[in-house]
Design a protein around this ligand. Structure first.
Ligand code: NAP
Length: 309
């Protein structure tokens, strides 16, 4: 019986150590150094190459290394009857709250504009935005979006949120479903995407969405690159319907050197760092789910294949 760590673009040694600290008897291997495919019963995966997950005939379950599981759901080589789970941790939530607050303050105090003015040697003050002047709209009110919305509301920002099912969150104006998307968008100008990537949400950050925001809008995308229609953002920025954007995620990561976003002053870029999974914190839940999978029990933090998240 072995547990395989399958994440080609990550250093998985700290993960192996964190798992062995919980249970030194575990047989943990780091892909591609898998000694016997038949022994593999559990895989923890991130950006896995295609046609690997179908090479383990005795696989019982797969866990995402992070909060999103879209990379597993769209992997055709993962047999449909294999359950998928993800990791959920307080530190993922607190890092996301910090990142978003920092982004909101940058927007409010025009730091994004001063960053571009500095490159050109321009000394030009802009009026600070007061929290009453803008509404922050959060798309996705799940493990990350809901506490972030509550946090910003506690700081006395005007916050609204949009989700699939109806929500009731103190001091947050909530909207749900496709029918309420337009009302949600027209009420806000600072839009934060915290949706999972699904067939329904792919490309949701498009020109139609940007046109509906109060002008000029501002976008913060911390979800997935494929939520954004990249050329539509550039178009909306050029039209000055959007004031700027802070992007943490991209369809292709690392963002290629030749990508148009690098030369756009109004787009700030961070390299997918808004919330990083801490191995020591999530190791206990990985070990717990591994043991659950081996004993045929239901997994915790299971991904709903029907819903796609
Ligand atoms: P989650 O707990 O699954 O919550 C997803 C939220 O999105 C839920 O509120 C859900 O509505 C809503 N939603 C899903 N489909 C929708 C639709 N079609 N229309 C309206 N609302 C919809 O996810 P999470 O843990 O908060 O994470 C969200 C995403 O953040 C992840 O999937 C991942 O891609 C991304 N992420 C990024 C980083 C980073 O470092 N950049 C780190 C962690 C996560 P219901 O509540 O009604 O189901």
């Amino acid at each position: 019986m072995s547990l395989v760590l399958l994440a080609p673009d990550r250093n998985m040694q700290p993960w192996k150590e964190a798992l062995l600290n919980i249970d030194p008897n575990l047989d943990v291997e780091i892909w591609p150094g898998v000694s016997n495919s038949e022994k593999v019963q559990y895989v923890v995966a991130w950006n896995q190459p295609k046609q690997v997950l179908n090479s383990y005939p005795n696989l019982k379950a797969v866990s995402s290394l992070g909060a999103g599981a879209d990379h597993l759901l769209k992997d055709d080589s993962l047999p449909e009857d294999i359950p998928i789970c993800r990791v959920v941790s307080p530190s993922l939530v607190s890092q996301m709250k910090e990142y978003v607050l920092n982004a909101v303050l940058n927007y409010q105090r025009n730091t994004h504009m001063y960053a571009m003015q500095k490159v050109k040697g321009i000394w030009e003050p802009h009026p600070n935005k007061s929290p009453e002047e803008f509404t922050i709209g959060i798309m996705g009110l799940g493990e990350l979006g809901r506490p972030t919305a509550t946090y910003l509301a506690q700081l006395e920002y005007r916050v609204s949120g949009w989700s699939k099912s109806v929500k009731n969150i103190e001091n947050v104006e909530t909207y749900s479903g496709k029918e309420e998307l337009e009302s949600f968008l027209t009420g806000c100008c600072l839009l934060i995407c915290m949706l999972p990537l699904t067939e329904e949400t792919e490309g949701i950050l498009d020109l139609d969405t940007f046109k509906k925001l109060k002008r000029p809008g501002y976008l913060i995308n911390v979800a997935r690159g494929e939520h954004l229609v990249e050329e539509d953002l550039i178009y909306a920025l050029d039209k000055e319907w959007m004031e700027g954007a802070l992007l943490d995620v991209f369809s292709k990561e690392p963002l290629p050197e030749s990508h148009a976003f690098w030369n756009r002053e109004k787009i700030m870029i961070t390299p997918h760092v808004s919330s990083l999974t801490p191995p020591e914190e999530v190791a206990p839940q990985i070990v717990d789910n591994y043991k659950r999978a081996l004993s045929g029990m239901d997994l915790k933090h299971k991904v709903d294949r029907e819903k796609g998240y």
